[in-house]
Design a protein around this ligand. Structure first.
Ligand SMILES: C[S@@+](CC[C@H](N)C(=O)[O-])C[C@H]1O[C@@H](n2cnc3c(N)ncnc32)[C@H](O)[C@@H]1O
Length: 354
């Protein structure tokens, strides 16, 4: 029997290679089989009837975080949304999220409300570059990412490893340069989708050093979601820098959500470092002071963090730092140290001034 690769079928049917692989694994293409590590398809197979075309229009739906990010808040949304003030208080028309990370709360708010002004920032410049490129250069970004996806999915594991390491090296090379912003954003997404656990970790020299993950069919280019995200970001002010730069944006019409890096539960907890910078107890206390300053300006504020009482009942670090605010303890499942086996239900803090 004459067989063709998934890549050849993708090009013949004008759909993505990933879609061909999904159709094969769903048993939708008679005679498709795995040879080595890859799917092969009888030449002359018919394109399954519902195969999406490459240029499918954006389907309606909600924009979702486009990266997996440490400390992502998707599972706490139900608790955090109780605080959204927009429906109850029409005077609040602005939103600021100065530690945006993957933006779980940002996208939830952008999906639910039409706001007059939105401000996001993060100290991680590669992350912020990705937000800006998605907002301003979505077509070019998708073109590059699709190329990466097709290339990666057509390879066996050893070949994938080589490509992964080459892309990681290229990412580190571009990190230090200021040009090639689209390529850098595409590499950021590619690495996030193919690395171990979606981690972002750098070594002392500031080089991204996460090894390859073990995903069989990673969705590297989620075109529909990227286009939805791009649409939602059109009027968002996106800033690379310290959270304190948000001060001039924030006023009595603003809802602010602060999600800083967690205070480690134990001194030995091997905590994920997001950037070259650290966020120690001194930084946590500075943030608490900043919250008080914004409180005086009349902003509506929510901040989240880990509850030190998970490890030590007598640790009142945040109760003392935020003695003028309300503190709600909510239950969450999260990785409590670097060993992913040790996931458990623990409390998190939701601190608010209203
Ligand atoms: C817990 S994560 C935020 C997670 C986010 N809420 C989500 O759903 O993905 C904290 C973020 O703060 C950023 N960060 C660390 N120090 C910062 C600073 N001084 N100013 C602004 N952002 C900072 C990190 O790069 C990281 O993305």
């Amino acid at each position: 029997m004459d067989l063709i690769s998934a890549k050849e079928a993708a090009s013949k049917w004008d759909i993505s290679q990933r879609r061909v692989i999904v159709l094969c694994s769903e048993g939708r293409i008679p005679g498709a089989q795995i040879v080595g590590n890859s799917w092969v398809i009888p030449n002359g197979s018919n394109k399954p009837s519902d195969a999406r075309t490459k240029d499918a229009k954006i389907k309606t739906g909600d924009a979702k975080p486009f990266l997996k990010w440490a400390g992502g808040k998707s599972q706490l949304l139900k608790e955090i949304e109780q605080f959204y003030p927009f429906a109850k208080n029409p005077k609040i028309t602005k939103y600021a999220e100065p530690f945006v990370g993957g933006g779980a709360v940002l996208f939830d708010i952008l999906n639910k409300f039409e706001l007059r002004e939105v401000y996001i920032s993060d100290i991680n410049s590669e992350l912020i570059n990705t937000y800006i490129v998605i907002r301003d250069n979505i077509d070019s970004l998708i073109k590059v990412l699709k190329k990466y996806e097709d290339e990666y999915l057509s390879l066996n594991n050893d070949e994938r490893k080589k490509v992964y390491l080459a892309k990681r090296a290229r990412f580190n090379e571009l990190k230090t340069k200021k040009n090639n912003k689209i390529e850098l954003a595409a590499l950021m997404i590619f690495l996030n989708k193919t690395c171990f656990n979606g981690l972002y970790r750098v070594n002392r020299k500031g080089e991204y050093n996460v090894p390859m993950g073990a995903y069989k069919n990673p969705l590297i280019c989620n075109e529909n979601n990227l286009r939805l995200v791009s649409k939602k970001l059109q009027n968002v002010k996106i800033v690379c820098g310290d959270y304190k730069e948000s001060e001039s944006f924030i006023d009595d019409k603003t809802f602010v959500y602060f999600d800083p890096p967690y205070r480690p539960l134990t001194p030995t907890a091997n905590f994920t470092s997001y950037t070259e910078g650290m966020f120690d107890d001194k930084n946590q206390l500075e943030l608490a002071k900043f919250v008080q300053k914004l409180d005086k300006k009349g902003a509506k504020i929510v901040a989240s963090n880990s509850d030190p009482k998970n490890a030590n009942e007598d640790d009142n670090f945040f109760d003392d730092a935020y003695s003028e605010q309300n503190i709600k303890r909510v239950s969450a499942t999260r990785m409590i140290n670097s060993n992913s086996e040790k996931r458990g239900k623990i409390n998190e803090l939701l601190i608010s001034n209203f």
